[in-house]
Design a protein around this ligand. Sequence first.
Ligand code: URA
Length: 182
Amino acid sequence: MKALEAEIIADETLPLRESNLVFGEGNPDTEVLFIGEAPGARENELRRPFVGRSGQLLDKLLGELGWPRTDVYITNIVKRRPPDNRDPLPQEIEAYRPYLARQIAIIKPLVIATLGRFAMNYFLPLGKITRDQGKLFPAGKLFIYPMFHPAAALRSTGTLNDFRQSFQKLPAVIAKCRTLKN
Ligand code: URA
């Protein structure tokens, strides 16, 4: 993982190099990998994923499951902050794609929990977040479990309720994936 991080740092062809690298953090032996969209201002400052308001909600819901944040792995599809918190551009997502693919290959998660539509559409290009969040999709050797983005949950009580419900299903989802895999 350290070698992969060093490669990203050295890759001068990557976009958004004016921002800091937020590579990802956590337990590479996790069964569940959380993938967000791109770092925000706080993440850029601290060089850590999900440490702003969205991260606080993520930490809270992990806490409700009794899962320490350090037990899972958390990263983003785009590993540097787009200016003014704009959405990542398709070419930015493409540029970082091989690095995320290699990060996933190292972690070999059982389930990838995507946070928001950009991370979902990376794996499920035809996915629709309101229709597909909280559902499980097989993807080769692993499963994709789309969830709302915590920032969307912070904007709407209805979305927060759905997000929390999908989050609370995670232990059962993982157990199901274990049986489906075997
Ligand atoms: N939103 C994201 O998608 N990723 C982060 O790391 C923080 C906020």
